[in-house]
Design a binder for this molecule. Structure first.
Ligand SMILES: NC(=O)C1=CN([C@@H]2O[C@H](COP(=O)(O)OP(=O)(O)OC[C@H]3O[C@@H](n4cnc5c(N)ncnc54)[C@H](O)[C@@H]3O)[C@@H](O)[C@H]2O)C=CC1
Ligand SMILES: C[N+](C)(C)CC(=O)CC(=O)[O-]
Length: 331
């Protein structure tokens, strides 16, 4: 990130944003659309797929019951969504742009340059990328200073976290503005000081994911056993206490210091195989079939509804619904 760029400041304060553009409207772009609508913004969306508008409206409709339970902002309505014919129309009046196109580096470079050419000067453009450093994506833009990573978690309308980080050419003020904007829009923000590979949460998730794939590939665990091992075990703790504090409690009254003395040496045991496994056809088929078995007749729409209710129940039980957070803030 740099303080010496000529990127103009954003045309309005994060608190004054009323119009958001979402470009790319699949799983994540659609999830962002639902989130911003529920927070009371006017949303424009653009996606080149011929059936994109239908799919997007279906996603928003499916998310709305969960969003209603969470508590809609005043004036929030799914009718405040406009799907445009062109990318240029989508961003013409936008005060913030969220890009959620496929995870392909060349496509992101080209698209971010087009968005930069079309969006009003100074308006921040955030990418939902799950792992590309902004430094690698901002290479073609005339004003790379306003390009920021805003990495969400699926579904963006329920999972609070967004990881924010700039690239080498991103203006420091654009990063600060973005983090504040997401907070105002109801997100929980981690602003990263540097471009950590995989950001923070995805790097942690990937370590777990790689090991899970190795276990399936080697016949050491089934897909169901892997899922149960988390939902019946550590996942219960992680919903409200992270892996560090959780393990501090493994040291009893001695806390983390005793935990490290006691279990530190076992870090050298060869439990993990951190190289990525070969995603060959056998492994691919085993993981897909295992998930079909685990779904046990439930459709993707059934699972989405189940997940949404589960997340809401956990947020409520741990005092993290938006209205519960608001009460905490005013104490
Ligand atoms: N799926 C997930 O769990 C998460 C994905 N992400 C990131 O979000 C981004 C989008 O991923 P998904 O929504 O999962 O993908 P997706 O495949 O569901 O949606 C991508 C959408 O982009 C559209 N698209 C294709 N070319 C485009 C272009 N040139 N300009 C604009 N839109 C275009 C497609 O028609 C599609 O609707 C990626 O960068 C991904 O890494 C981030 C967090 C979680
Ligand atoms: C699978 N994924 C790497 C795209 C996941 C994410 O980026 C975040 C999430 O939703 O877990």
């Amino acid at each position: 990130m740099t303080d010496t760029v000529t990127t103009p400041p954003a045309p309005c304060a994060p608190e004054d944003v009323r119009r958001v553009a979402c470009v790319g409207a699949g799983v994540i772009g659609g999830g962002w659309v639902a989130h911003y609508l529920a927070r009371g913004y006017d949303v424009t969306a653009w996606d080149p797929a011929p059936d994109a508008e239908q799919k997007l409206r279906r996603l928003v409709d499916a998310a709305w019951p969960a969003l209603t339970q969470l508590g809609l902002a005043e004036g929030a309505s799914a009718d405040r969504l406009t799907v445009t014919e062109t990318l240029e129309e989508a961003v013409a009046d936008a005060q913030f742009v969220q890009e959620s196109a496929p995870e392909k580096l060349e496509l992101k470079r080209d698209l971010l340059a087009k968005l930069d050419a079309a969006a009003p000067a100074g308006v921040v453009i955030a990418s939902s990328t799950s792992g590309y450093p902004m430094t690698d994506m901002q290479t073609e833009a005339s004003d790379p200073g306003r390009l920021v990573v805003g990495h969400p978690f699926n579904p963006p309308y329920l999972i609070p976290l967004v990881e924010v980080v700039g690239g080498d050419k991103t203006a420091a003020h654009a990063v600060t503005w973005t983090s504040r904007f997401y907070e105002v829009a109801g997100k929980s923000v981690i602003t990263m000081a540097s471009e950590v590979p995989g950001f923070i949460a995805n790097r942690l998730q990937e370590a777990l994911w790689r090991e899970a794939l190795h276990m399936v590939a080697n016949g050491e665990a089934t897909v169901k056993e892997i899922d149960d091992s988390i939902t019946e075990g550590p996942g219960l703790r992680w919903a409200f206490m992270g892996p560090m504090l959780t393990f501090a409690l493994a040291g009893g009254e001695g806390g983390m210091a005793h935990m490290l003395d006691h279990f530190g040496p076992s870090l050298k045991s060869p439990w993990t195989r951190l190289e990525a496994p070969e995603l060959d056809k056998k492994l691919y088929d085993a993981v897909v079939a295992g998930c079909d078995d685990a779904a046990d007749g439930r459709t993707i729409a059934d699972l989405v509804a189940e997940r949404d209710q589960g997340v809401i129940d956990v947020l409520r039980a741990t005092g993290r619904l938006p209205q519960q957070r608001a009460k905490e803030d005013t104490k």
